[in-house]
Every structure is written in C-alpha cells, then in structure tokens.
Write a protein that binds this ligand. Sequence first.
Ligand SMILES: CC(C)(COP(=O)(O)OP(=O)(O)OC[C@H]1O[C@@H](n2cnc3c(N)ncnc32)[C@H](O)[C@@H]1OP(=O)(O)O)[C@@H](O)C(=O)NCCC(=O)NCCS
Length: 180
Amino acid sequence: MLTGGKVGLRARHEDDIPVLRTELYDDVVNASRAEGGPWRPLKPDTKDPRLVVDDTQQGVVAFSVVELDGGALIGTATLWGIDNHNRSAHIGLGLLPSSRGKGYGTDVVAVLCHYGFVVRGLQRLQIETLSDNAAMLGSAERNGFVREGVLRSSAWVLGEFKDEVLLGLLAQDWKPDPKG
Ligand SMILES: CC(C)(COP(=O)(O)OP(=O)(O)OC[C@H]1O[C@@H](n2cnc3c(N)ncnc32)[C@H](O)[C@@H]1OP(=O)(O)O)[C@@H](O)C(=O)NCCC(=O)NCCS
C-alpha cells in the first residue's frame, strides 16, 4: 500500500465496489461533473472499469483510497493515460461525500505524485477539472500543480457547457511534502 499523511492507496477490493457505486457513480451530479461523459445507471453486477479493475490494462492504475487511521474506504484514485514514451500521465480522484473537505484530497494527490514520479519515473503529471471545482483546484495547487490553460466550454455538464482547467506538474518542480 502507498501511504500519505492521512490516506492509503491500495488495490480495489470486491467489497469496495457496491460502496463506490452507490456513493460516487449512482450520484448523477457527482458522476456527471467528474466523468466527462453522460451519466448512465450501472447494474449491480457491472464490470464497468471505473469499478472493476482490469490489471492487464497497462495505461491505467486504479486504487481504492482508505483512511490510514482505521482503514475505512473513502474513495478512488487513478493514474490514467500513462504514456511511457513521453513519460506523462493524468490523475483522477473521487472521495465519498462524507470524506470531502478534510484534506484527504490534497493527500491523495500527493501520494499519486509519489507514485507517478518516484515509482513510475514519469516526468509530467496532468489534471483536468471543471473551473468551478475549487476543492480539486486546491488539492492540485497545494501540491505544486500550475494552471496551464483553460479549455473553454469543453465539458457538457447537465445542460450547460463548462470550462475546464488544465493543470500540470513536472518532476523537477515537485516538492514531496505539500504542507512544506
Ligand atoms: C475534489 C476532491 C477530490 C478534493 O478533495 P477534498 O478532500 O475535498 O479537498 P481538500 O479538503 O484536500 O481541500 C483542498 C483545498 O480546497 C479547499 N476546498 C475544499 N473543499 C472546498 C469547497 N467545497 N469550496 C471551496 N474550497 C474548498 C480546501 O480549503 C483546500 O484549500 P487549501 O489547500 O488552501 O487549504 C473531493 O472534493 C471530491 O471527491 N469531490 C467530488 C469528485 C470530484 O470533483 N473529483 C475530481 C474530478 S476532476
């Protein structure tokens, strides 16, 4: 397991799946804002790759996020679009509603940076998020990500086009302790 100050990132367990499905993907607003595509219902036995991890997919690494104190499941974290030629990847995360706004997101981004830069030897990590997602922007910027551009009206979210912000962090600019 990878550990930060407050969270651990471990493999997806079978019994994580119903919790993540109910709390993240059955929530139309959350899923529509976070997924970049239209919401659709997931069957109880779904094999959707956001829930059921396919270890043979080399370009994606999916984690379940747990509290270090007690081990409770609090969300998901993903390194995706891993490009071993350009040595870059994207970061994604989603926390259960009751676990938001407590600093966990900032810690998850820190652990994903460690995984990307140290474990995988990547040079660049990237995040795309809606321009009104203050918590995601804060979690990224606290870890040293910088805003590289705005993708105007790039996301269709529940009846309107929204801007997305593109943030990037290079290995040489990364400082492992975001609170430091
Ligand atoms: C986005 C998300 C992962 C951030 O994690 P989090 O644990 O809530 O964020 P943190 O508590 O670490 O807060 C990060 C920063 O944002 C600020 N923040 C948190 N929630 C906020 C809110 N609702 N409004 C404004 N600022 C907020 C914090 O004060 C903190 O700022 P600081 O570093 O200056 O102190 C989490 O809120 C989440 O899962 N949201 C729903 C799914 C989602 O949006 N995923 C991202 C898709 S790209």
